[in-house]
Write a protein that binds this ligand. Structure first.
Ligand code: ADP
Ligand code: MG
Length: 297
């Protein structure tokens, strides 16, 4: 063995050890459906990647998961192998026509435990249609009413619902904040990471005071961490200092397996389950489940 192989072998041993720990853990079922909105008004911070991979990780552990794609781009639908071309019925019909959720739920290629409500490009026009065609007092509640009705009537209610938000603070995102009980903010470990965060926190506060008293910022996940830069570890330290109880111990590294997985219509969990990205998303999902149980969720 050449001397230079040593770090590689060490790394391999380390990921085997993490995989064993992950395989030995059984995250509990929550007392009632946990509904998360994955929010950050910035684009490209890892909202969709986090939605898809946490959902797949929990499904791999036997929990029932529903992903609601609320971004007209439909990236979450793509990543889960769910068709979302024009003409496919999805969240647009739920919001604008009152179609019941159950009628637009689609299976995913990931797992029988993981289903998805797709977003088509029609959703881009939904906000205008809602404000011009629906009574004002219903604008904010459309998703909540549909989701509550689905959960109450389901034979087996999902354990987790993840709502993937668009990068804006418009009516779609407000609907997600009103339908959810928990907010998960992915924060990219980069220079501008904390910029815009105070605006997001103010908005969560406004929603909580005026529209949804149950909403709380329960979880922050640091993503796209690059261990080679000093800046990344500084961002981690800053975020942990500001949000000591919400920030997960698990940190998602920047990893090419994570970014290439959607082009196969898969999560990184099914694409390469022992890659650094998959291990970290599994660890984050397990942590979310155990923390929830500790906090009575
Ligand atoms: N941990 C990661 N490692 C490498 N690339 C990542 C990682 N997380 C996200 N990406 C890539 O970064 C881009 C933005 O991520 P995405 O989840 O689409 O962000 P958002 O939904 O917030 O716009 C995508 O191309 C995605 O594949
Ligand atoms: Mg996205």
């Amino acid at each position: 063995m050449a001397i230079n192989d040593a770090p590689l072998l060490r790394e391999l041993g380390e990921s085997n050890r993490r995989l064993q720990v992950i395989q030995s853990q059984n995250p509990p079922k929550p007392a009632k459906t946990r509904i998360f909105t994955i929010s950050n008004q910035k684009g490209g911070v890892g909202k969709t990647t986090t939605t898809v991979n946490l959902a797949s990780a929990l499904a791999a552990k036997g929990l029932k998961v529903l992903v609601i794609d609320l971004d007209p781009q439909g990236n979450a639908s793509t990543a889960l192998g769910v068709p979302h071309q024009e003409g496919v019925k999805g969240i647009y019909e739920v919001l604008t026509e009152g179609t019941p959720l159950i009628q637009v739920i689609k299976p995913t290629t990931e797992s029988p435990n993981l289903v998805c409500i797709p977003a088509t490009i029609d959703l881009a026009g939904a906000e205008i249609e809602i404000v011009t065609q629906i009574d004002r007092d219903k604008w904010h509640n459309l998703l909540k009413v549909a989701l509550d009705e689905f959960i109450a009537g389901a034979e087996e209610a999902p354990d987790y619902v993840f709502i993937d938000c668009p990068p804006s603070l418009g009516l779609l995102t407000i609907n997600a904040f009103v339908a959810a009980r928990e907010v998960l903010i992915p924060i990219q470990c980069e220079y501008y990471a904390l910029e815009g965060l105070s605006q997001l926190l103010r908005n969560i506060d406004l929603i909580q005071k005026n529209l949804n008293p149950e909403l709380s910022l329960s979880t922050i996940l640091l993503t796209m961490y690059d261990s080679r830069t000093k800046l990344a570890s500084q961002v981690v330290a800053d975020v942990r200092q500001h949000f000591p109880t919400q920030t997960l111990n698990a940190i998602i590294p920047r990893n090419v397996r994570v970014s290439e997985a959607p082009s196969f219509g898969r999560s990184v969990i099914s694409h390469d389950h022992s890659s650094p990205g998959a291990l970290s998303y599994m660890e984050a999902a397990i942590e979310i489940a155990f923390r929830g149980a500790q906090n009575g969720r």
